[in-house]
Design a protein. Structure first.
Length: 326
């Protein structure tokens, strides 16, 4: 299956077959991560730049490790000490990086649509690592990969997404991706944090948290996006935890083997209790590992060798044996 695109800007632009291809390759990349060596030279000679206009630990480090494991030359642009601080525009920054020979630029930006603007003005491939309140495609891909590892297929699964839906680019990307893959996203949160158009995306709005969690195959908590809130949209953290938090008192409503997920970082005792975060069904740490595998898959598919022809899985499988070096 082709990923016949220069850029990965959103789940909205990927087909179900393309998503499946990314997840298939990610499963092979995970084997590389879990191997003793971790390193392959598949992207040797390629240059990957991370350009983060917002703070990040998990996503930025995940991309950097993914590039390093594939032996790309990896550079993190510190926006606060770059020419951006002198007033340089995003387009000019992109053109400068393009002229320096960047093959892939990974961007996170507080403004929705910034990755799309950048992609239109550079020859480099662009990956959206989160833009404003719009999308976070790689988080959705790693979430779907995590779910598929356990259930083999996403089709027909009830996925409860609980929390700050309004400000969450993770929720938007997941809803679009889950629907494309045949799952059934059900959402619940404070009424002030539910966008009016959410049901038009295909998600079901649940009237109560109990209804959302009942017989769910997957329960996904969301981080409160306090940095994006311009007004007080819920009373206090304690009240939020009482009425919208995930804990042992309500999680029993989900299926016994349901997966407990969160994109991180988690506000312990607010969005989720510690018993849930560290519980037997929690796959939060696995999500982090899977994030590297998914991002390796995307870098591989955008590297130029597999984006213009059918993916040769035998070539990828042979990487650990034939191209691993210390």
């Amino acid at each position: 299956m082709k990923l016949n695109k220069k850029d990965v800007l959103g789940i909205s632009e990927l087909t179900a077959d393309e998503i499946s291809s990314v997840l298939d390759i990610a499963s092979i990349m995970k084997k590389i991560i879990l191997s003793g060596t971790k390193k392959t030279n598949y992207l040797r000679g390629k240059t990957v730049l991370t350009l983060f206009y917002e703070n990040s630990t998990r996503t930025r480090v995940s991309f950097e490790l993914a590039a390093k494991y594939l032996s790309a030359d990896t550079i993190n642009i510190n926006v606060s000490t770059s020419s951006v601080a002198k007033g340089e525009t995003l387009i000019d920054t992109g053109k400068t990086l393009d002229s320096m020979g960047a093959d892939i630029i990974i961007i996170r930006h507080s403004m929705s649509g910034a990755p799309h603007l950048l992609a239109k003005n550079v020859n480099s491939s662009v990956i959206n690592a989160g833009d404003g309140m719009h999308e976070h495609p790689t988080q959705a891909l790693l979430d779907m990969f995590t779910i598929r590892e356990y259930y083999k297929s996403l089709k027909g699964l009830k996925v409860a997404i609980i929390g700050d839906i309004y400000h969450s680019r993770v929720a938007r990307s997941n809803i679009m991706g889950l629907i494309k893959m045949g799952a059934k996203p059900v959402i619940f949160g404070p009424s002030t944090l539910i966008p009016t158009e959410i049901e038009s995306m295909g998600a079901k709005l649940s009237p109560t948290i109990d209804d959302a969690l009942y017989q769910a195959d997957v329960v996904m908590g969301l981080r409160m996006q306090l940095e994006r809130q311009k007004h007080a949209l819920f009373p206090t953290k304690n009240e939020y935890a009482k009425f919208f938090g995930l804990n042992e008192s309500n999680m029993y409503l989900a299926k016994e083997n349901a997966l407990w997920m969160h994109p991180g970082p988690v506000n312990r005792g607010v969005e989720m209790s510690s018993n849930v975060i560290d519980g037997r069904n929690s796959v939060i740490n696995e999500q982090v590992t899977n994030g590297i595998a998914v991002r390796m898959a995307l870098l591989y598919m955008l590297s130029g060798k597999e984006s213009k022809k059918e993916v040769n899985y035998n070539n990828i499988i042979s990487i650990p044996m034939q191209e691993v070096y210390a």
